[in-house]
Design a protein around this ligand. Structure first.
Ligand code: EPZ
Length: 418
């Protein structure tokens, strides 16, 4: 369980090119088994969630090859439709494999991806949609058994714009008999990327990025080579890091409209933000002002995956900030660790009230989840003195070469392999 040793107080200067989006690469990897032909994804980050999804594909019988930052998948010989419990537990988002397995094999078995660090994360929307597409589902002893002779198109309405459920439906519907319409679909950029990828494989999907997505089932999909969109959450994490530390940073690969509300909030803090095409530049000078209120919402609202980082930022702003986490029930587990660094935060249910203090001080803190861990790293970079950030396995799930990128910007951070 590696740890970071961080000497806080250095301002950040320079530029960073963000990696391909973890939350796009994962569903694209799941979609790769929809064809027997080779699929190649370019510029894929070396993060443990991608490695885990690669393991799941291998377990299904696909051949997975990493070549530099490219990953090739050939699943002509895949024949196993069961995902092992250990891998489902490790990678909750593997549940959207159900749609892909049902499309390919007409059967799918996986463990119920239990609750985890940020909330219950039920999958009722996934399972109800699959049933409407003709899938028989039996849930027994924590396992989900799905069978379906042939998937059939249907009119679906999602009570909540669930990212994973939208992706699962897309993966199940692309080769179903007839047309499927999703109303109330998730509108995240990663959904648009999945549509573009499936269409590059010969699918007929339209409307991603809006509330209504239409999928006309096609006979079969073919292989393709594809470069996923860049990671808007990694970009946002670096922008918030520069806001916390002070300095000047250019992030490339992400367009403003992909993290729109974050830029508006950073301007509210008093940062200068300039955007041009897929470059975002931030200048942060002096003590910032608190945001007063941030509510996490489905896209294009403030991303829940940047909530912890925004709380870390507001911990040293002038004034108070009210943060409301509308997506997940328990996404504040990192707060007690931030308070060890001197943050003054009160959490009640889904709401956190942050009273800004002048400066945080170094401490020994432990990561409990991916984005909470990232927030602790950013807070330590701005704190006075030395911090130890333990259990980096959480951070390594979603950030490739994080310390390397931060060192290049002037941060005093080093990894100690435990
Ligand atoms: C995806 O998770 C992302 N993960 C999450 O990123 C992200 O936080 C989330 O979308 C919201 O944007 C991946 O893409 C791999 P949801 P997902 O289904 O699909 C409720 C990160 O840090 N819900 O949109 O699980 C659920 O409880 C991760 O990179 C149901 O009630 O998110 C939650 O309250 C964390 N029933 C809300 O919807 C369901 O069947 C959002 O969940 C499904 C979801």
């Amino acid at each position: 369980m590696d740890k970071f040793i961080i000497e806080g107080g250095e301002r950040l200067y320079g530029s960073v090119a963000v990696q391909s989006a973890k939350n796009s690469v994962l569903p694209l990897l799941a979609a790769s088994i929809l064809t027997e032909e080779r699929v190649t994804l370019k510029n894929v980050p070396r993060i443990t969630d991608v490695a885990c999804m690669g393991q799941i594909l291998c377990e299904l019988g696909a051949e997975v090859r990493f070549a530099g930052e490219d990953i090739s998948i050939e699943s002509a010989h895949a024949s196993n439709h069961r995902i092992s419990s250990s891998l489902t537990k490790e990678l909750r988002s593997s549940v959207f494999m159900l749609g892909a397995l049902l499309s390919r094999f007409g059967r799918a078995v996986c463990a119920y991806p239990g609750g985890c660090d940020i909330g219950l994360r039920p999958i009722d929307l996934h399972l109800n949609a699959l049933k409407r597409l003709g899938v028989e589902i039996v849930e027994r002893d924590g396992m989900i058994f799905c069978t379906c002779e042939k998937l059939r198109g249907a009119e679906l309405v999602l009570d909540f714009p669930s990212v994973g459920a939208t992706e699962n439906i897309l993966l199940a519907a692309v080769t179903a008999n007839g047309k499927t319409v999703i109303e109330g679909a998730a509108k995240e950029p990663e959904i648009v990327d999945l549509q573009n990828f499936l269409n590059a494989m010969g699918a007929d999907v339209r409307g991603a990025g809006t509330d209504v997505i239409e999928i006309a089932g096609v006979k079969a999909l073919h292989g393709t080579e594809y470069t996923p969109i860049r990671d808007r959450i990694e970009a946002g994490s670096f922008l918030i890091g520069c806001a916390i530390c002070g300095g000047e940073l250019e992030v490339s690969g992400v367009r403003a409209e992909m993290i729109g509300l974050l830029l508006h909030k950073l301007r509210e803090n008093g940062c200068k933000i300039h955007t041009k095409n897929d470059k975002i530049r931030i200048v942060s000078e002096g003590r910032l002002k608190a945001n007063r209120r941030i509510e996490t919402l489905p896209f294009p609202g403030f991303p829940t995956d940047l909530q912890a980082q925004a709380v870390a930022l507001n911990s040293t702003c002038e004034g108070g900030a009210l943060i409301v986490e509308n997506l997940f029930e328990t996404r504040y587990k990192y707060v007690p660790e931030l308070m060890k660094m001197g943050a003054d935060i009160e959490v009640k249910g889904r709401t956190a009230f942050v009273r800004g203090v002048k400066r945080l001080h170094g401490a020994r803190v432990t990561c409990g989840d991916l984005r909470g861990g990232a927030a602790l790293v950013l807070a330590a970079l701005g704190a006075e003195g030395t911090s130890e950030v333990l259990d980096l396995s959480h951070v390594d799930r979603g950030y490739a070469r994080l310390e390397e990128k931060l060192q290049k910007l002037g941060a005093k951070i080093r990894r100690v392999r435990m």
